[in-house]
Design a protein around this ligand. Structure first.
Ligand code: KG4
Ligand code: ZN
Length: 357
């Protein structure tokens, strides 16, 4: 018997997305991004996001049906990202999923958006039990955290950012450099230009104590700000403050490369620390999973490949098409939960926080 056709819905932040999956096969994936609506405010405006989700959700579901060559009536379950995220945005997706579940007479299954980023790393051929326990890294605009992933259980959070997410730091560094949003791809492109010098600027990588698996990216962001605008110091007699060097195209390129290298070093430090903390023991990690928007970055992917090879663990990276927010990953984890008998019912509620945040 073929696995059920699952409609996935995603509306946790500023992407309205719908997808059809069957088992691990993605049959369609439609993402309507709201970047243009929030651009002039320099960040996501929750009220605008909720309204845009409400306006777009049905059209996006219809587009996912058309792309999959399916009718809404073919859906055998509805999976919806119900946490964590902006509450008004989540409400739209959860209300739509409940309406579809009720009217189609099919089960509804709530999916943790962050866990879905991790699940997207498994390929269709993988049996998660063979990679279990795996260390999971979610690196996106809203989240940067490490998880212990044991097959059949919800991922357990080991540590995470104390301030900015790494994707947010990419976005802020790009804004400081006058680049377009979202900043991650813009920084990556500049850093990859010939001649870009990743060692041009000494930038900080936070360690946060010997055993910490937490991250901090606000110091790195501030260092980029000071490199571009100069270091603010209270005026003192006899001290002459040099203005920062002009932001020539070469300097902008070098700052982008230095920032990206520092962000990659910060991720690597904690991944290696986490793997080393269990190495040789009964719970030693066998796999390294990574997902989220920042995992689309080629320098990050290359670092993860090196770290996994160095530690002798199997690496699974979400494919670039499943890195940024999308509904296919929601459908995929929803299908897994459904198969494990973990469906929800119409009492499902959205929540702004991850249960284990
Ligand atoms: O997973 P995602 O779409 O949304 C959240 O759950 O936050 O991640 C978006 C984040 C943004 O901060 C964006 O700048 C970053 O992922 N991002 C990248 C790249 N592509 C997207 N960061 C670095 N390099 C990239 N190529
Ligand atoms: Zn996300």
């Amino acid at each position: 018997m073929s696995p059920p056709l699952v409609l996935g819905l995603e509306s946790t932040c500023d992407e309205t997305a719908a997808a059809f999956v069957r088992g691990r096969a993605v049959l369609s994936s439609v993402v309507a991004s709201q970047h243009d609506l929030h651009a002039e405010y320099g960040g996501v405006v929750p009220e605008i996001a909720s309204r845009a989700h409400a306006e777009r959700v049905l059209a996006v579901v219809r587009a996912a049906c058309a792309q999959a060559g399916a009718s809404l009536r073919d859906a055998e379950a509805v999976a919806v990202a119900h946490r964590p995220g902006l509450i008004g945005s989540l409400l739209v997706g959860v209300a739509a999923a409940k309406a579809l579940s009720w009217s189609l007479g099919v089960p509804i299954v709530g999916v943790n958006h962050v866990h879905a980023h991790l699940d997207a790393a498994f390929s269709a051929e993988d049996d998660p039990r063979e990679l279990s326990p795996a260390l999971g890294l979610v690196a996106s605009g809203g989240h940067t955290a490490l998880y212990a992933c044991v097959a059949g259980r919800d991922p357990l959070r080991l540590g995470g950012t104390l301030d900015d997410a790494v994707g947010e730091a990419f976005d802020k560094a790009a804004a400081i450099l006058g680049l377009a949003q979202p900043g991650g791809p813009a920084i990556e492109a500049l850093a990859a230009e010939p001649g870009a010098d990743a060692a041009a600027l000494p930038l900080p990588v936070s360690r946060l104590g010997r055993d910490s698996l937490d991250f901090s990216f606000s110091g790195l962001k501030t260092a980029v700000l000071y490199a571009v605008r100069g270091v603010p110091r209270p005026p003192r007699e006899g001290v002459v403050h040099e203005p920062p060097p002009p932001l020539t195209p070469e300097r902008r390129r070098d700052i982008a490369a230095s920032f990206q290298a520092a962000a990659v070093r910060a991720l690597r430090l904690k991944i290696e620390r986490a793997i080393a903390s269990r190495a040789g023991g009964p719970e030693a990690f066998r796999g390294l999973l990574a997902g989220g928007g920042v995992i689309a970055n080629r320098a990050v992917r290359a670092m993860l490949a090196e770290a996994a090879a160095g530690a002798g663990v199997h690496l699974r990276l979400a494919p670039p098409s499943l890195c940024g927010d999308n509904a296919a990953m929601i459908g995929l984890l929803g299908a897994r939960r459904l198969a494990a008998g973990r469906a929800d019912d119409l009492s499902l509620l959205p929540s702004p926080v991850a249960a284990d945040a």
